[in-house]
Design a protein around this ligand. Structure first.
Ligand code: SF4
Length: 217
């Protein structure tokens, strides 16, 4: 049964699809931010297969960066938790932090098709990971998304006022007291693990085809 959290707790990946406009159900992020131990449904997702693929990609990138002379930190070594003045906690765990000669790169490894949210996720890491973090003090940081066949570099200029404002506004909404709207849709519900005890609006089937003939054109 869902237990209300004492303080709102937000995992970075609960924000980035909303930031990118790739997800519309704000309620699912709001609910997770405010509750733990809720009844979970198995998501329609091959977690074991993803974990193996992701691990291989992270290991391959680590080897390449080590060969290039970087000091490399991976996953749990990069875990952070930032507590705002509002009491809202935002946590994340970048796959890779690589540093060499005062220059650092935060990488996230993605095995799926490229999405805008991948880049926004790295930007959030670039914003939050350096806060009171002696490991990157004085280090000039940029970001990168590493896919299986290509990489996308993310310059520090991406951390502009527009991005910061959108990020802070969304953290305040998701971490705020007021429940956010639900947007039930099969494309999102199929990946959502919130069970019927907490959400009765799940769409479990793909929509009927919206195809129809018209004489308008
Ligand atoms: S099941 Fe669907 S409507 Fe319910 S919280 Fe999840 S995404 Fe939103």
């Amino acid at each position: 049964m869902a237990v209300q959290r004492t303080d709102p707790y937000i995992w970075v990946t609960w924000l980035t699809k909303l930031l990118a406009g790739e997800a519309m159900c704000e309620w699912s992020s709001w609910f997770r931010a405010h509750h733990k131990d809720y009844d979970k449904l198995p998501a329609d997702f091959d977690l074991a297969g993803w974990t193996i693929d992701h691990r291989e990609l992270v290991n391959a990138r680590r080897e390449q960066l080590l060969d290039a002379g970087f000091t490399v930190y991976i996953e749990d070594e990069n875990a952070f938790k930032r507590i705002g003045q509002t009491g809202i906690v935002v946590s994340g765990k970048p796959d890779i932090l690589a540093i060499k000669d005062g220059v650092g790169v935060i990488e996230d490894c993605k095995t799926g098709r490229p999405r805008t949210s991948d880049q926004l996720q790295v930007l959030v890491y670039m914003l939050l990971l350096p806060i009171r973090n002696p490991r990157v003090e004085g280090v000039s940081l940029s970001g990168r998304v590493a896919y299986k066949t290509n990489m996308v570099d993310i310059p520090a200029t991406g951390l502009d006022d527009t991005f910061r404002t959108r990020f802070v506004d969304l953290v305040r909404k998701v971490g705020g007291d007021k429940p956010l709207p639900k947007s039930p849709a099969w494309a999102e519900c199929r990946w959502c693990d919130i069970g019927p005890a907490d959400c009765l609006y799940r769409v479990s089937e793909p929509p009927e085809s919206a195809e129809a003939e018209t004489d308008l054109f």
